[in-house]
Each structure stands twice: as C-alpha cells, then as structure tokens.
Design a protein around this ligand. Structure first.
Ligand code: ATP
Ligand code: MG
Length: 403
C-alpha cells in the first residue's frame, strides 16, 4: 500500500468516525468565512442537507439565533484571524423549529491557510438522539411536549384551587383582623385580656401573609411593572443576598456586557431572588457556591412547548440561571416542588410556599422556570423572562393584573 493510498484510507476512516458521531465536518475560506465543504453530518445537527449550506453562502449564518449571530461570527473570525485552535458555542434553529445548542471546534492552519472544523450538538441527550433515527427524535419531543402539557394543566388546577381557598380565607381574615383590632382599641392598656387578644391579631396577620403568597402563586397578586435593567438589579441585590446566605456560601454573578432589560415588578423580582437564595442556603449547610448567570436567548414555539410552558410566547428572552452546589433533589421532589405547601424541610422549618410564589411571579411576568437537579449534584433553576429593549428605568407601562 502506497503512502498516498494509506492517507486516503485514513481520511475515509476519519470521515466515517465523524459521520457516526453525529457531528458535521467542514472547511471554510479563512478570509470570508464562507463554507467550502461540509459533510452529511450537518443534517444530523441542523436538519438540512449539506448542499443547502454550499448553495446559499449565508444559510448557516441565518440559522444562528439572531441575538447571538454577530458575536458568534466575531468569535469565529477572531480565532481564524490568528490561526488559532478553539471552540465557539452558540444556539441555532433546527429545521424542525426547535432550538439546538452547538459547539464549533475550529482548527486553523496559520493565517490565510486551511480552516477546518467540526460542529456538534452541545446537548449530549440530543446528540444521542440525533445520531440514531429521526423518528426517535420526533417521539422524544412528543413525550417532552406531553409531559410539559400535563405539568402545566396540573399547575393550572392547583392554582385555581389555591385561588379559591385564598379568596374565601381572605374574607374571613378581614373579619378577624378588623374585629380584633376594634376590640384591642376598647381594652384598657393594663387589661390582662389584651395580651391574648394581641396574640389572635398576630396569628391573623401571619395567615394574611400566607394567603397573599397563595394569591401570588395563582397569579392574582397586584404588581407594578416597569422596565428593569436586570444586570443592575442583580448587582444591586448581591449584597442583600450575601447577607441572607451567610459567608460560608460564595456568591458568583456572571452578567453579559449588554444590559438585559425586561418588564417586571422589582419587588417581586427581589422576592424571586430571595426565595431561590434561601433554598440554596438550606441545600448547602456546609457552604458552597451560589451563582447567578444572566444571558439572552431566542425561544421558538417547539422549544416552549417541549421544554418550557405551552403558554410562552415565542421571541427573545432573558435567561437568569441560579445554580447551587448543594444536595440536589430526587425525582419525587423535582415533580412537586412548585406546588404550594410541598416541603421536605419538616415541621416549623419550611412552609413549602417559597417556590410556588416564585412560580406564580414568573408566570405573571409571561415567563417560565425550569430546573436541572440531581441528588448530590446541585441544582440550577433557569428563569426565562420576555426581553424588552428600552433601558429606561422610569417608564411605568402596566399596573399589573387585578386581584
Ligand atoms: N436549591 C435547592 N436544592 C435542593 N432542594 C431544593 C432547592 N430548592 C427547593 N428545594 C426543594 O423544594 C422544596 C420546596 O421548596 P419551597 O421553597 O417551595 O419550600 P420550602 O423551602 O420547603 O419552604 P419555604 O420556602 O416556604 O420556607 C424544598 O422543601 C426542597 O425539598
Ligand atoms: Mg423555600
């Protein structure tokens, strides 16, 4: 066997391995970044045949999520200009309409030389699925959709029940608080009955606070929404959060250089951050890291239906990921944690109202919340809030939903 033949055999083997892996192999013009060659692996990754990418030089760029487009291309250029090896990750829209997370590994042989690379799915689950058959992919998505639909219906039913109970309780509590207040004003300051009456009043106040949380869960609490710069809000809250979780836990805040704004009620947003931080603190009794990471993403209909919430309107979203290195959760807890009064913390320690309040607030803002958690492997909540473009802090846009 000649060296030439051996080399071609080796090339074929490499191509076969890459084909099997479900990744795409390509070469580009280092000056223009245009694709010169891409193998069939691209169909597994983005769902389109390779010729589409060669025929239309801008086709690939057009699939990159709009808000990531320029930064992704700049990063690729930067690598290529200096003939460096490296990787760039970004999200793109698959032919089936779903969002895929990709990683491009680039090898550039000197400035002006050959530029080659591999594009693969960053999400391993998806990689495994796409390396198999397309029908499996469709059925996996359908299962996810069905699960999401059922979860959403369950929360809707629990929300209605909670709203009904909270509403009736609110009326009863109004009677208790106003009559106990009236009686308190009639008792002379040294009357021994006054202390007892005061206890009744205090208990009623606590019940009012609980009912308010339930109303928030069922999206019926009042709120004043303004345009909020999330980066600034997060940095402002950092001290308060550090104080809450204590010095054993290190807080890390990662924000994008561009301000990410959304329409939100600032007080409710702080309540979300506080509840998540308190849970993280409880999950890390021996200390650890609590991270807040802000980013932006595009949510399409298929992604919303399968992974977020069928009620979500497709478009650009701010993402806030809150991660801890704590004890994590098992599947039983994961399935129920947004339900009001679900707690694993034991009597007197938790009421199980923290996350249901968070859920209600996020829903009320037209957003969604997801989580990634496993026993012993920490927990990351990811919040999606509709992105808005006006960085004005003063503008009052809507008074929120009526109760
Ligand atoms: N970061 C986390 N790590 C591990 N488990 C968590 C985390 N966050 C929530 N959980 C689990 O979810 C349950 C529900 O949380 P939620 O905040 O609603 O209630 P709680 O913390 O138990 O009580 P409350 O917030 O009313 O004081 C918790 O009891 C806990 O089991
Ligand atoms: Mg809690």
């Amino acid at each position: 066997m000649t060296a030439d033949v051996r080399e071609r055999e080796a090339e074929k083997s490499i191509a076969a391995v890459l084909r099997e892996s479900g990744a795409a192999f390509w070469t580009r013009d280092p000056a223009t970044l245009h694709l010169k060659y891409v193998n069939e692996g691209i169909e597994d990754v983005l769902g389109y045949p390779s010729r589409r990418f060669i025929e239309d030089r801008n086709f690939w760029e057009g699939l990159i999520a709009p808000h990531e487009r320029s930064v992704t291309i700049d990063r690729l250029r930067e690598l290529l200009r200096h003939g460096r090896t490296g990787s760039v990750d970004y999200s793109a829209i698959h032919a089936d309409g779903s969002q895929v997370f990709l990683v491009d590994s680039v090898v550039a042989f000197g400035a002006g030389g050959i530029v080659a690379g591999v594009t693969a799915l960053a999400n391993h689950e998806r990689l495994a699925v796409s390396a198999n058959v397309a029908t499996r992919q469709t059925s996996a998505r359908k299962d996810a959709e069905e699960l999401q639909r059922r979860q959403s219906q369950k929360m809707e039913a629990v929300g209605r029940l909670a709203a009904g109970i909270a509403h009736d309780f609110n009326n009863i509590l109004t009677v208790i608080t106003s009559y106990s207040q009236l009686l308190l004003s009639r008792f002379p300051p040294d009357d021994p009955g006054r202390a007892d009456l005061y206890e009744i009043r205090k208990a009623a106040d606590r019940a009012v606070a609980m009912v308010r949380q339930l109303l928030t869960f069922s999206h019926r609490s009042q709120g004043e929404q303004k345009i909020i710069d999330m980066t600034a809000a997060l940095l402002e809250t950092q001290n308060m959060l550090q104080h809450t979780v204590g010095c054993q836990i290190e807080i890390v805040v990662l924000v994008e250089p561009d301000a990410a704004c959304c329409l939100a009620d600032r007080a409710q947003l702080d309540q979300v951050l506080l509840n998540l931080a308190l849970n993280a603190r409880d999950a890390m009794p021996n200390g650890g890291t609590l991270s807040f990471e802000l980013g932006t993403t595009v949510v399409d209909e298929a992604f919303a239906r399968s992974y977020l919430d069928p009620d979500i309107v497709p478009g650009e979203y701010i993402t806030l990921s809150v991660g801890d290195t704590g004890q994590g959760m098992d599947s039983r807890t994961r399935d129920r944690l947004f339900e009001p009064f679900f707690t694993t913390k034991g009597p007197g320690k938790g009421k199980g109202l923290g996350l249901s309040t968070v859920y209600g607030i996020i829903k009320q803002h037209g957003g969604a919340i997801t989580l990634l958690s496993d026993v012993g492997r920490g927990t990351t909540f990811r919040i999606y809030l509709p992105w808005t473009s006006h960085p004005s802090h003063e503008l009052i846009v809507s008074p929120g939903l009526p109760s």
